[in-house]
Design a protein. Sequence first.
Length: 344
Amino acid sequence: MTTPAGTRRPGRLASWRYALTTTNPPAGVPVDELDGVTRWLVVTRAAVLPMTLGAGLVAGLLAVRYPGFSWLDLVLAVIGILAAHLANNLMNDLFDTSVGTDTGTYPRALYAPHPILSGLVSRRTLGSAILATNLLDLAILVVLTARRGWPVVAFALGGFLLSVAYTAPPLRLKKIGLGEPDVLVVWGPLMIGGTFYSATGSLPWQVLVASIPYGLLCTTVLMGKHVDKIPYDAPSGTNTLPVLLGERRALRVTLGMMVAFYVVVALGVVVGALPWPALLALLGIERLVRAWPYMTGPRPDEPPKDFPVWPLWYAAVAFVHLRRPVALLVAGLFLAAVFNVSIG
């Protein structure tokens, strides 16, 4: 395939930026004409990596003034969780294709090119990328374990097993309504708690409490995505939590999680799990108010103009909501770190 005559191709920086913000290649550019960076940004779904980077920032900002803090260990841990997220995305695509979940008519191949089904990469190349990212994580694990001890292994192994079990047989947690709790645990206590421990060598209870609101927000994105996929998942027996609850109740639960983020942040400050500048995150309620009618109203029959991830709708609303309170939370924790406002 070639680019249609008269179509202006975007430059490489524009192409990378588009892939990083939409999970898609630029419109009108066939997959076989993509440059290598854009190709792998799409294959790895790098657009969702800010969710993991946010977890690393939350952990790092909580840890930076804590006794025993090490910049080297923090950087290694953040690289480790980002590589783990990449590996998780790649494994999900490989396993879901292998068991027949991902097809040309399933949303995964509709909102963005599927790595295998679209011809972006071969199964063998995808498997090699999975091996490479996991080897990188293993190398980081060895270094951090030597520096911080066996708890690093527990965090890493727990995250790896939950990532594999999400889609891979025999557990396939996504298929039995446990995929959403899986994400809550991974993006909350495992990522934030594990990164904090790696950076400091200790893990106070306050950090585990502080990880809960962030995990809740990440789970709202998955809940929205699985609501969008109910018409596809229910007939195939993929019993995600929204399939089990039904669309209306699942959306109510998702909204409840969004509200719970703000409540738990406030409670976290009250009990000393978060420094008081974290209350800046409450200004994100304005974004919640704007998202509310979209989450309580019906999906549009057709995608809005230039909407890049159709047929996802509620997932996009949840992701747009997530960005504001997360940025404000990180800003609040940054101020607490600069002015030495401690937790506990």
